[in-house]
Design a protein around this ligand. Structure first.
Ligand code: SF4
Ligand code: SF4
Length: 437
């Protein structure tokens, strides 16, 4: 808590550094310095920042959000000076951050956000601008982060995976009735502090922590996965489940189009079809804000590339989602037949949380490609296999615990675990091309 007064300086320094990294390589005149800044931005974002922030939620929750993120802090600064309007219903819709995640992920692939400073500026600059606008207009009370709770695509995934984390902030005196939304309270992400049981919206800003007082929240250490294992008491949400399915699928689709020869085969077949049928406009370069247009790097995507990459990613996403949803529905149905408590919908949502570890490793494999390039060539495959195996085993263990909370034990629980285990194994099998390279 001693660091809290210094956080504005940390945020200001992070904001300056972030802006320089994201905008510098594009707005500075072409020079060795600008090129080095571009390389640094790529390395820092894709090799270090993304994978490490991702893993940090297991140890420190969303501390990145509360302590270091310049975007969240800037959005909060804007809230101080804005009109503080109530959050509209379309922003509060739980699907908004899912849509935001899918759009950013797909656009990131078509513009080449991994490779080009201009694409980094487009994706991260637009996101920052949106965070500022949302922060300016919306959020009642003082210092609110409407962007972080309701829109941010990164916050969504950090929030879901923070449920697996080893730390949590819990009310010293928990009020009944479960989690609530407090638009005017102390919490920047509108958590009703006295009723907090879930960790996903908590950005670990420590504003509610006062060790000397009898009220407020206190830090609690817990076994990793404990919140998911007992998810029924921690405000489970169908929106998180759909994010686990869709996010895993879109990440897989974004990886497979880069490595599968079938994608190239499909592209060649479509090029022939376009020429034969006179749709030549599909062979024209697309606009630079929508696709990668970099003749200097010998990469110019056409309209066909745009439709093919985004269509491929959506198709893989929907296919994997269908497989996972059917298997989890089978798990919920079977558990019910074997005597598990609760309705089908509650069982479906609760049991689907067992896919949290496989989904986390999926996103790490898909979005952390550059991190694995640091691993010696011969060791990368065993590391990935180990990560997937641990994730599937952890997911199965969580499934067993969730079934236990529903009243199933022994052979009935073992039988009810089969579809959930199959879902975890399906995710691992889908990522096999990433393992073998
Ligand atoms: S939710 Fe998004 S913008 Fe907000 S602090 Fe976290 S990463 Fe930053
Ligand atoms: S619960 Fe406390 S630590 Fe978490 S975001 Fe709200 S005020 Fe900050």
């Amino acid at each position: 808590m001693a660091v809290r007064p210094h956080l504005p300086f940390v945020h200001a320094a992070m904001f300056v550094g972030f802006t320089m990294l994201v905008a510098g390589p594009v707005v500075l005149p072409a020079s060795e310095f600008a090129a080095a800044l571009g390389d640094a931005a790529r390395t820092l974002i894709w090799t270090l920042w993304f994978p490490l922030v991702f893993l940090s939620v297991l140890l420190t929750g969303r501390s990145w959000c509360g302590v270091l993120c310049p975007m969240g802090a800037a959005s909060e600064w804007m809230n101080r000076i804005g009109p503080k309007r109530p959050v509209p219903g379309w922003l509060r819709w739980e699907g908004t951050p899912i849509v935001s995640f899918l759009l950013v992920t797909i656009l990131g692939h078509t513009v080449g956000v991994r490779d080009y400073p201009s694409a980094i500026l487009e994706i991260f600059g637009t996101t920052l601008l949106a965070a500022l606008v949302v922060g300016f207009f919306y959020g009642q009370g003082r210092k609110k982060r409407v962007w972080c709770r309701h829109v941010c695509p990164i916050g969504l995934l950090l929030g879901v995976f923070s449920r697996l984390g080893a730390v949590d902030l819990v009310p010293k005196r928990l009020k009944p009735d479960g989690d609530g939304y407090d638009s005017r309270g102390l919490c920047p992400t509108m958590i009703d502090l006295g009723r907090k049981t879930e960790s996903r919206h908590c950005v670990m800003c420590a504003r509610c922590v006062h060790p000397e007082k009898r009220g407020g929240l206190a830090l609690r250490f817990r076994a990793p996965g404990a919140e998911v294992a007992d998810i029924a008491r921690h405000h489970p949400s169908p929106s998180e489940i759909w994010f686990l399915f869709l996010g895993t699928g879109v990440s897989l689709g974004g990886f497979l189009w880069l490595v599968l020869p079938e994608y190239q085969g499909l592209r060649f077949a479509l090029v022939s079809w376009i020429i034969d049928n006179g749709y030549t406009w599909l062979g024209e370069p697309g606009p630079a804000w929508l696709v990668s247009v970099h003749p200097e790097a010998r990469e110019v995507f056409t309209w066909l590339d745009f439709f093919l990459i985004s269509g491929w990613m959506v198709a893989v996403m929907l296919s994997l989602t269908a497989v996972l949803a059917v298997l989890q529905a089978a798990a919920a149905w079977l558990a019910g037949r074997l005597g598990a408590a609760g309705g089908f919908r509650e069982r479906f949502v609760a049991l689907s949380y067992q896919l949290t570890p496989p989904a986390m490793v999926s996103l790490l494999l898909g979005l952390g490609i550059d991190l694995f390039k640091l691993v010696p060539a011969g060791a990368a495959a065993p590391v990935k296999i180990a990560a997937l195996a641990i994730a599937v085993a952890w997911g199965a263990w969580l499934g067993r615990r969730i079934l236990g909370r529903m009243g199933l034990a022994g052979s009935r629980a073992a039988l009810a675990m089969v579809p959930g285990l199959a879902a975890g194994l399906s995710v691992a099998a889908a990522w096999w091309p990433a393992v073998v390279g």
